[in-house]
Design a protein around this ligand. Structure first.
Ligand code: SF4
Ligand code: ZN
Length: 396
């Protein structure tokens, strides 16, 4: 009897929406080293805070669901929110994610030494804690009653772009994790809900909801541990975030239990507790006319004077709220356009892989996209062929 050789398994290339596609769009070369080379960043400030705030919001929602006492807002920072922060801080530390100095106090009151904090009187409400407190007390109160499911992992299959002869597979898999899927039933009274109020203020979303045949719809929610990107950001972050949400809507629509997605919401949580550097960036955006939510009256005075003689958090609650929420309307054309954009990104990544495995060096195969703000913090700037480190060079 002759044994036939086993056919190798057919493996479809998998692309994560944030880990691959958005990372490649940021800088192709940095993506190659970090994600495909599995090298963790050495100064993961954004990584730590992003993980921290996502986990804090998720844990806060679980406690809200299970404990009747937690239905009453605002929550006290200590002990309500502080206990969650400490637990999340420990979990992140176990995964090797250490909070950068002066961002988060990891100590409790029994610790008498100064450690990384301003003095020995722990716990300190440092910036990560201020943002967590604002996020829960501003948006948690309105968001938690709408949540249907959290941390929803989704996958979809797409045709591999490119002609048949040049592609290594006929399909690719696109994956994503939606922070929150909210479900709204128009038969239930949700008057006074600030999130629904912001949605109704958007004419395209209102029109979509008014045209629905059934009483139920969904909202896709994404938390971002960052400020609201400027419209003229050279990295096109504003546009990429929109593509991300529209693609989530497509992934969600593939699931049998999905209801119509009326809108996406991105919460830019740093806007709720800005530091002076954020105020300076906002002033620059206002001067360039490159932001969609502009300060008026007293908030404008604060921004122009860079928050001098004004106590933290500098800006009015209404303005911070408005800057921290972004509503993304849905339409089939815009969803398809985003999918097309990501197909092109996959095609470009596949071309880079092909170049590299054909014997071209890494630096010749992957495009470097220099931008000073990114390059000065990039671990690979010393051997990158085109780093933009003018500020770094001057300051040395
Ligand atoms: S130094 Fe700049 S251009 Fe080079 S890999 Fe890093 S981010 Fe990209
Ligand atoms: Zn401390």
């Amino acid at each position: 009897m002759t044994l036939s050789p086993q056919v190798p398994p057919y493996k479809i290339p998998e692309y994560s929406l944030t880990g691959d596609l958005l990372a490649y769009l940021n800088c192709g070369l940095q993506y190659r080293y970090h994600n495909r080379g599995c090298l963790p960043p050495s100064r993961p400030i954004q990584l730590w805070f992003g993980e921290f705030i996502h986990s804090v919001m998720e844990e806060a929602f679980l406690q809200w669901k299970q404990d009747a006492q937690k239905k009453i807002f605002p929550w006290m920072w200590n002990p309500d929110i502080r206990n969650i922060e400490q637990e999340i801080g420990k979990r992140l530390r176990a995964r090797g994610l250490i909070p950068p100095a002066r961002i988060f106090c990891p100590y409790d009151s029994s610790y008498r030494r100064q450690g990384w904090c301003p003095d020995g009187k722990h716990p300190h409400k440092l910036i990560a804690s201020r943002r967590a407190e604002e996020a829960i007390n501003t948006w948690g109160v309105h968001l938690f009653p709408l949540i249907d499911s959290a941390e929803v992992r989704l996958k979809g299959i797409r045709d591999m772009p490119g002609s048949t002869g040049e592609r290594r597979c006929d399909y690719y898999e696109i994956t994503g994790i939606i922070d929150v899927i909210s479900s709204v039933n128009l038969r239930n009274s949700l008057s006074g809900n600030l999130i629904l109020h912001y949605m109704q203020r958007n004419p395209a979303v209102k029109k979509y909801i008014d045209s629905l045949k059934g009483p139920e719809y969904e909202i896709i929610v994404d938390y971002k541990g960052m400020g609201r990107p400027s419209l003229g950001d050279p990295r096109r972050t504003w546009t990429y975030h929109e593509w991300q949400i529209l693609t989530y809507a497509w992934l969600r629509s593939q699931q049998p239990d999905a209801r119509p997605v009326a809108a996406g919401i991105i919460f830019y949580l740093n806007e709720l507790a800005p530091v002076r550097r954020d105020i300076r960036e906002l002033r620059e955006s206002v001067e360039r006319g490159s932001t969609d939510v502009v300060p008026q009256g007293q908030d404008l005075d604060v921004v122009q004077s860079l928050g001098r003689n004004v106590p933290f958090p500098f800006l009015s609650r209404e303005f911070r709220e408005e800057r921290s929420i972004r509503i993304i309307p849905m339409s089939e054309e815009r969803v398809q356009a985003s999918l097309h954009e990501f197909d092109t990104v996959v095609k470009n990544i596949e071309s880079c892989v092909h170049l590299e495995v054909s014997g071209n060096g890494i630096r010749s195969s992957w495009p470097a996209q220099p931008l000073e703000r990114m390059c000065t913090l990039c671990d690979f700037r010393t051997f990158c062929p085109h780093p933009d480190v003018s500020e770094y060079g001057e300051s040395r």
